[in-house]
Design a protein around this ligand. Structure first.
Ligand SMILES: [Zn+2]
Length: 309
C-alpha cells in the first residue's frame, strides 16, 4: 500500500485513553512525554539544509516557558513508547520568544520540511496543526454562541451552556483531486494562489449531498469544461493545512477541448510524457514545476508517468 505523508502507521492515537483524566494528568508531567508546539499555525524546527528536525519540548522546558501550564492540550497518542501532546505556544509569551531567538529556532510551514522529517514527527506535527486550527475556530458553540470547553484530550469541545451542552467534534473537509488523461496526455492547471510556475491536478471540495464521483465530474466541468469517464479511486492523503482530506482519482476526458473558467483557475494545458519529464511546455514560458513531493497531486502525476514510461 502506498504510505501517505503525515499519516504514519507507527503512531497509535489511543482514542481509548482520551477519557482517562488521571492518565492524561500523569503524562502531562512525565519527563518522557514529548510536547509539540504550534506557533501561529506554524511549527518550530532546528537545523539546516536536509538536516531539519522538528522541535519537541520535554517537561522541564515546557515548565520553564509555560509555568502556568498548557491551555487545551491535545493528547496525540504514542509512538516508540513515548507519549505525545500538542499545544499552542502563544506569541504573546515573551519567555518563549526569547528562547526561540536564542536557540536559532526556525518558525515555518510544516509542508516546507515535511518530506525530510521522519514519518512519526511529520504525522504528529500535522495532527497538532489540524487539531489546533479546529480548537481555535471552535472557541464558541455554533448552536447557541456560549463558550466551548475542551474535553477528551482535546478531541471534543463541549458547550458550557447547560441548556445546550452540544458536543463538537473535529472536522475534516473532503476534497477530490484528479489526474485527467486523454490517450497519452494529462491535464494540469494552475490557480492564481499556486507558487510561481507550478501546474497541478484539478481539485475541489465535496459539497453536501454529493458523491465523490459527482464532485469530481462537477469540478472538472466547472473549471475546464471537460466531461470525464472511467473514474478510478487512487489513494487518499490527509491534508490538515488546515482541514482537508484529499481523495485522489484518475479519470479520462471524453475530449481534449478546454473551456477554462478563469475565475476558478489561471491556466490549464494538456501535457505529454516528454513535457512532464522535461518540465517544458510550448505554451509556458520558462518551463513549469510539478506539485510538491508530499502532495497526492504529485503522486498522481508520478504514478501516471511510471505507467507510461
Ligand atoms: Zn451551545
Amino acid at each position: 500500500m502506498l504510505q501517505p505523508f503525515y499519516a504514519s502507521s507507527e503512531i497509535n492515537r489511543h482514542g481509548d485513553y482520551r477519557n482517562d483524566e488521571n492518565f492524561l494528568k500523569k503524562i502531562m508531567m512525565d519527563p518522557r512525554t514529548k510536547f509539540i508546539p504550534v506557533y501561529n499555525g506554524k511549527n518550530l524546527f532546528k537545523g539546516f539544509d536536509q538536516n531539519i528536525n522538528a522541535i519537541k519540548f520535554d517537561y522541564s522546558l515546557l515548565k520553564k516557558l509555560l509555568p502556568n501550564g498548557i491551555s487545551d492540550p491535545i493528547f496525540l497518542g504514542s509512538a516508540n513508547k513515548f507519549y505525545y501532546v500538542g499545544f499552542e505556544l502563544n506569541d504573546q509569551n515573551s519567555e518563549a520568544k526569547k528562547w526561540i531567538e536564542e536557540n536559532d529556532i526556525i518558525i515555518d510551514d510544516l509542508r516546507k520540511y515535511g518530506p525530510t522529517l521522519n514519518d512519526i514527527d511529520g504525522s504528529f506535527l500535522a495532527l497538532t496543526n489540524g487539531m489546533n486550527f479546529w480548537q481555535k475556530t471552535h472557541k464558541f458553540c455554533g448552536v447557541c454562541g456560549y463558550k466551548n470547553s475542551s474535553k477528551e484530550g482535546g478531541f471534543v469541545r463541549v458547550c458550557s451552556n447547560i441548556k445546550c451542552g452540544k458536543s463538537h467534534f473535529p472536522r475534516t473537509d473532503p476534497a477530490i483531486i484528479t489526474l485527467i488523461s486523454h490517450k497519452e496526455k494529462v491535464l494540469l492547471g494552475r490557480s492564481a494562489r499556486f507558487p510561481e510556475g507550478m501546474y497541478s491536478t484539478l481539485a475541489g471540495f465535496v459539497e453536501p449531498g454529493e458523491s465523490l464521483e459527482q464532485a469530481l465530474e462537477r469540478e472538472v466541468l466547472e473549471e475546464v469544461g471537460v466531461k470525464v469517464k472511467n473514474i478510478k479511486y487512487f489513494h487518499s492523503q490527509p491534508w490538515p493545512f488546515p482541514a482537508s482530506l484529499m481523495l485522489g482519482f484518475f479519470a479520462e476526458a471524453e475530449s481534449t477541448e478546454l473551456d477554462i473558467d478563469y475565475n476558478e483557475i489561471e491556466d490549464a494545458h494538456w501535457f505529454s510524457l516528454e513535457e512532464l519529464k522535461s518540465l517544458k511546455h510550448p505554451s509556458i514560458k520558462n518551463g513549469f514545476k510539478l506539485p510538491r513531493i508530499d502532495s497526492i497531486a504529485r503522486r498522481l502525476v508520478d504514478t501516471w508517468i511510471n505507467e507510461f514510461r
